[in-house]
Design a protein around this ligand. Structure first.
Ligand code: ATP
Ligand code: MG
Length: 346
């Protein structure tokens, strides 16, 4: 927590608002597991978000568990409506969770008052959206756009900082171009520079490559990776695109408002680049190990393909047993069939 630029201010703020900060290490209430809030910048536990309208109630997050380490570069994938943007909005302090636990950078977001939430949004997180209109002001130049957040937060040496960021995203030569004169991919790179202007600890990107072609998407993802390596900023990228696995170390899949599986890179990206120079298309399966997420009370989600294949759709029970150190699931019919056989045999 003490490696940010606003160290001093942060400590003063912590003193004033001590009640919304948690101890560095806390013991989980349900299973006694130790949670290290220094190592883990984001901890979601049993996170629930319910959107209520006059007629309906939508449970967008249904008890989601997720831990993200400081300095991670990771992606969240999932079908439309699975709760990806909802989760990002919670982590970004744009909306409040309905229940559960959400600790970001040692701060308990459920305990924040409005003033604390605004301060958190300004200082701790940066956003990149799919829609450029949300990121950028079209009639200003690239440099002016990057300077804007620095002006708002009253930072010194705005011009130099803006140029440094544009240099990092590979656009210093277009600093004086109006946004309307830049391509979609270039505009997204300016958006990344803007999001990083106030040195956030976390960068949240919701479908940042949703409106560009594959080649441009790869370039944008390379910029994210470079920023992660150079600045140590924690980056979360939300996407529909499963190809993202090739560009990040961990991919978490969300299904129906819960984390359902994780793909973790077997070797670090740097290691991989050293000795592999093969086409990106063939990388995915060889480089990642896929896991099903086990929550803290032992529940797991059976992948939908398995449910289909076993004919478990619409059933609410399975038979589970252990054999040779492995857990085996069987459709309930099999058991019923056995019983029928037994009855027939007697
Ligand atoms: N403001 C809101 N009011 C009511 N329901 C909402 C609201 N925002 C999201 N929802 C609902 O919550 C669920 C999760 O939505 P969310 O936007 O998080 O999905 P998503 O995974 O980001 O989908 P997409 O890939 O299409 O962007 C959906 O059923 C959606 O209709
Ligand atoms: Mg979304």
């Amino acid at each position: 927590m003490n490696n940010g630029q606003n160290d001093k201010n942060e400590r003063i703020e912590q003193g004033v608002n001590g009640d919304s900060n948690v101890n560095n290490i806390e013991t989980g209430a349900q299973d006694g597991r130790q949670i290290d809030y220094e190592k883990n910048i984001i901890v979601c536990e049993n996170l629930v978000k319910i959107y209520k309208t006059k007629e309906t109630e939508v449970v967008a997050l249904q008890g989601l568990d997720l831990v993200i380490e400081r300095g991670e570069l990771m992606a969240i994938i999932g079908n439309s409506g699975s709760g990806k943007s909802t989760l990002l909005n919670m982590i970004g302090g744009l909306d409040r969770p309905s229940a559960g636990k959400l600790i970001v950078d040692g701060q308990d977001l459920l305990k924040f008052n409005d003033r604390q939430l605004i301060k958190y949004r300004k200082e701790t997180v940066g956003f990149v959206w799919q829609n450029n209109a949300r990121n950028l002001i079209p009639y200003l130049t690239a440099k002016e756009n990057v300077e804007l957040p620095l002006i708002i937060s009253n930072k010194k040496k705005k011009a130099a900082k803006a140029m440094e960021l544009l240099e990092m995203v590979g656009l210093s030569h277009r600093a004086k171009s109006k946004l309307s004169q830049l391509s979609g991919g270039e505009q997204q790179r300016v958006a990344i520079a803007i999001a990083l202007a106030n040195n956030p600890k976390i960068l949240l990107a919701d479908e940042p490559t949703g409106s560009v072609d594959t080649k441009t998407a790869d370039q944008i993802l390379d910029v994210f990776r470079m920023m992660n390596e150079k600045l140590g900023v924690t980056i979360i990228i939300v996407t529909h695109d499963r190809r993202i696995a090739k560009k990040v170390n961990r991919v978490v899949a969300i299904r129906d408002g819960r984390t359902s599986s994780e793909m973790i890179r077997k070797r670090s990206y740097a290691e991989e680049l050293k000795d592999i120079k093969i086409g990106m298309e063939s990388l995915e399966d060889e480089t990642h190990q896929e896991y099903v997420v086990l929550d803290r009370v032992g529940r797991l989600q059976i992948p939908s393909e398995y449910i289909e294949a076993l004919g478990l759709k619409g059933k609410n029970k399975v038979k589970m047993f252990m054999e040779n150190g492995k857990i085996i699931l069987e459709p309930p019919e099999k058991q019923e069939d056995k019983e029928k056989e037994k009855v027939a045999g007697t």
